[in-house]
Design a protein around this ligand. Structure first.
Ligand code: SF4
Ligand code: MG
Length: 313
């Protein structure tokens, strides 16, 4: 609730703070148990920082994070340690976090040892169990990271998160580095695991077509702010924000006669260290009017829990 994460910009020999990058600038969202919430936006919009701040990998600047009603960021260290296994992060490139000289089975079992979750003799069974759940097998237990394909490495990343038996998983661009054919396999895996293990996901992606099949609700971020938030069906059938419309119009549609307004954005996303005044999107919005430059649009519920921040809606 009202989560903010500002990173200081320092300068000079004394590292004086000369400004802030407002990576996450007052974001509120609720993720229901068992659902998948999709967080979408271009790179630099602050999606990953939302995920990492929720997990307390960054200390928040202000706001509140509630996990099952517990104010996670206010807990003392030992309590955090206890809850930490319940919330796991999956990255875009699990390979970079795998030690090339450690066998996959041991790499997955490592966190169980760290958290003293299971006696040594149980660890192998639990690792085999998650390998299988992720579409791998005992055959892979003694292999090294370089022996796996990109898709298999992501399966390993997922297995490593699962072995701690989490309730909540933040997946940060988990399929962005994969070929399209492999993407759908991994998305299916996410879906299957959600059903069999009762998982809740925050799924971060720059690609709306990736979140389409997986997410119950979707939030669209731009320069640290939420621009629109709605159920998947509403967002795809009735997008309200010009930025969402632009992102949607970039997706090729399978049925060409369902014509969609084509919006091409000019330029790149501005720097979050120096965001535009008023509506942060006004420098790229094809509909901007004078008011947009001056006034920050309120994030309003248009009914049906469909929220949007735009003066013209
Ligand atoms: Fe575009 Fe203005 Fe709406 Fe911002 S508030 S999205 S600039 S029309
Ligand atoms: Mg990112």
């Amino acid at each position: 609730r009202h989560l903010k994460k500002y990173f200081p910009i320092t300068a000079g020999l004394l590292n004086r703070t000369v400004g802030y990058v407002k990576a996450v600038d007052d974001i509120s969202l609720t993720i229901q148990s068992g659902e998948t919430f999709g967080l979408v936006g271009e790179s630099g919009s602050g999606k990953s920082t939302v995920g990492r701040t929720i997990l307390r990998l960054h200390e928040k600047t202000s706001g509140e994070v509630l996990f099952k009603g517990i104010p996670f960021h206010e807990l003392p260290k030992p309590e955090v340690r206890k809850l930490r296994p319940k919330m796991q992060l999956i990255f875009q490139d699990p390979y970079s976090s795998l030690n090339p000289r450690i066998r996959i089975g041991d790499a997955i079992g490592e966190s169980l040892l760290e958290h003293r979750f299971a006696p040594q003799e149980e660890i192998r069974d639990r690792v085999l169990d998650v390998l299988e759940a992720c579409g791998l097998s005992s055959y892979h237990y003694n292999r090294f990271p370089h022996e796996f394909s990109g898709g298999q490495r992501q399966r390993i990343g997922i297995a490593r998160a699962l072995v701690l038996n989490p309730d909540f998983i933040i997946a940060d661009e988990p399929v962005s580095a994969l070929d399209v054919s492999i993407q759908s396999q991994i998305i299916n895996l996410f879906q299957r695991l959600q059903h069999t293990r009762g998982l809740t996901y925050l799924f971060i992606s720059h690609d709306l077509s990736v979140v389409e099949h997986l997410c119950n609700r979707i939030g669209v971020m731009y320069l640290g702010s939420m621009m629109e938030m709605a159920s998947r069906d509403e967002l795809f059938s009735q997008p309200l924000h010009p930025y969402t419309k632009a992102l949607l119009s970039a997706i090729p549609i399978p049925v060409p006669r369902l014509k969609r307004e084509r919006i091409v954005l000019k330029g790149d996303i501005p720097s979050p260290a120096n965001p535009p005044s008023g509506c942060k999107f006004h420098t790229r919005c094809p509909y901007a009017v004078a008011q947009c430059k001056e006034q920050v649009p309120e994030f309003r519920n248009m009914g049906n829990d469909h929220y949007v921040a735009c003066h013209l809606v």
